[in-house]
Design a protein around this ligand. Structure first.
Ligand code: AMP
Length: 542
């Protein structure tokens, strides 16, 4: 028997229309290259999204065709999120931190038609992207006063282009399964792969994100997404905020600047900020040096890589800010888990409480998780067994865009995340490694991340990475790679002794290599592949 309820399609257009009716006056504040503090409202932003949609149709962009962006977090990028997707086109957000060759590759692979580009990235377009074969032209996200000079044809100024257009646009009926956005993974190996989000997956993800034990968003919030709009849609915040009527505060190109972040937080009354650990480390350093405060900030969402407990403790103890540790992936829109303590944790000892907070958290409703061994046998959720993490859910990708060669999905529809973790009986997941990085010693697994976390606690270590190197008897053994803190000169044995009592003896690294620098990917993750190549012929001591 079928239910007798309306089959309203879950589209991003419904978010826009809801906000237009219910939260038209809520503010969007941005830092941009041409304005240190720009103010607008949802009403104005959605009107301009309509103007952009009219302009794109006149430029000949059709339903389902891709419009790319190379842009910071600001109101013009927000307008493109809605103007492009709600008119049935697909918004392809490009990460400017990828190598230029990778950017050309993904523009060609996605067959982008037009590129909306921040003036800051314009030299890249002139030197390299103009050759991309499907690109018909560029729209520079600025006004006429700030347009760069160019010899290229088909270059428009965003403000001039939309100025003559009507705000009214006949938003089409879109089926919820239709694509709305495309984002490529940063890819430590091979070419980046495209994740093609649907309207339905994006709406469901945004709703789940608002839940109290997820980000707990509401109209009382002012949200500062320091996580970029070019990397997994700024964790879905540009969709979730208008859904609940929260104020948006965009840092533009100043994402890594502690001074700007503190100023935005205090002057705009930011209650929630989201970003990767390095951003928060930068802000904490700035706060300590300047003596300034972030008194209105209630919580930070931290993900993208493991959040060191020291960051969470500093936020809580020095600034009364709660940290929500989160885990996700481009392939998961991105949210998989969020760490919010349960009522029973209220009476835990300090140490036990922080041990829970260090975990990546529990699955948000909608996400199913399991861990498996090398033979795909399911492992227990006992907080001890660690295996490869697989996920399923309505906002997890079902395949990659135009990549039939990809092997991440199994016959039952589970997606292999490439992460290795434990899951405890309450469902708290803790990442111990990437599948490719786990060290296989005599058939047993050693967590490189756990060894790195311990090494990072040593006072003479600025950064640490652990990789497996070939060993005649054990197959692989851990090698600790260390960047020394300036002015310190620890000896190898002292660093190795530091692991005593902290891990099982057989987990202890066999040796230490000192380097000047550890290589990172475009999204700030350690490039283990490059390290493994560098140390391929490394001879461990007997
Ligand atoms: P990306 O698709 O670039 O966002 O990268 C996703 C990957 O980042 C995951 O598969 C994890 O390996 C890593 N990651 C994300 N969040 C966390 C976290 N809280 N702790 C540890 N690793 C994380």
């Amino acid at each position: 028997m079928q239910g007798l309820m309306m089959n309203t399609q879950l589209t991003i257009t419904t978010i826009m229309q809801h906000a237009q009716s219910n939260n038209p006056g809520v503010e969007i504040v941005s830092v941009t290259g041409d304005n240190p503090r720009h103010r607008t409202t949802y009403r104005q932003a959605f009107d301009r999204a309509g103007q952009l949609a009219n302009a794109l149709v006149k430029l000949g962009v059709g339903r389902g065709e891709r419009v790319a962006t190379l842009a910071w977090n600001d109101y013009r990028h927000f307008e493109a999120y809605y103007g492009v997707s709600c008119s049935g086109m697909v918004l392809h957000t490009i990460n400017p931190r990828l190598f230029p060759e990778q950017i050309s590759y993904i523009i060609n692979h996605a067959e982008d038609q037009w590129l909306l580009i921040d003036p800051m990235f314009w030299p890249l377009a002139e030197q390299q992207l103009a050759q991309c074969k499907t690109l018909k032209g560029f729209i520079i996200l600025t006004d006429s006063a700030h347009m760069p000079e160019t010899t290229l044809d088909n270059v428009h100024c965003y403000e001039d282009l939309i100025a003559g257009e009507e705000a009214d646009f006949d938003w089409p009926d879109i089926e919820e399964g239709d694509a709305c956005a495309l984002c490529y993974t940063s890819g430590t190996t091979g070419n980046p792969k495209g994740v093609l989000y649907s309207h339905r997956s994006t709406v469901l993800h945004a709703m789940a994100e608002c839940l109290p034990d997820a980000m707990g968003l509401s109209g009382a919030d002012a949200i500062l997404p320091v996580v970029p709009m070019f990397h997994v849609n700024a964790w879905g915040i540009p969709y979730a905020a208008p859904m609940v009527g929260a104020k948006l505060v965009f840092p533009g190109p100043k994402m890594g600047d502690g001074e700007t972040l503190q100023d935005l937080i205090e002057s705009e009354g930011v209650t929630l900020a989201a970003g990767v650990p390095t951003v928060w480390l930068g802000l904490l350093n700035y706060l300590r040096e300047s003596g300034k405060r972030v008194d209105c900030l209630e919580r930070t969402v931290v993900g993208g890589s493991a959040c060191p407990v020291a960051i969470m403790q500093a936020f809580k103890n020095e600034y009364q800010v709660e940290t929500l540790h989160a885990w996700g992936m481009t392939e998961m829109s991105p949210i998989g888990t969020m760490n919010v303590p349960m009522p029973k944790h209220a009476d835990l000892s300090e140490a036990a409480y922080w041990a829970i907070k260090a975990k990546q958290g529990r699955a948000v409703y909608g996400v199913e998780m399991k861990i498996v061994d090398d033979d795909n046998n399911e492992l227990p959720h006992d907080g001890k067994a660690f295996g490869a993490l697989k996920v399923r859910g309505p906002w997890v990708c079902s395949s990659y865009y135009e990549r039939p060669d990809a092997t991440e999905h199994d016959a039952e529809g589970w997606f292999s995340t490439g992460d290795v973790c434990t899951i405890d009986p309450d469902g708290y997941m803790q990442i111990t490694d990437r599948t490719k990085d786990v060290i296989k010693s005599g058939g047993e697994w050693i967590s490189s991340i756990e060894l790195e976390n311990i090494a990072m606690g040593h006072p003479d270590v600025a950064e640490a990475a652990v990789i497996g190197v070939a060993h005649p008897k054990w197959d692989e053994r851990p090698l600790l790679i260390v960047v020394r803190k300036e002015g310190s000169d620890p000896d190898k044995q002292a660093l190795l002794d530091y692991f005593d009592g902290k891990v099982a003896d057989w987990w202890k690294p066999n040796d230490v290599a000192f380097v000047e620098e550890i290589p990172h990917t475009a999204t700030g993750k350690i490039q283990k592949l490059a390290l493994r190549k560098q140390f391929m012929a490394y001879q461990l001591p007997e």
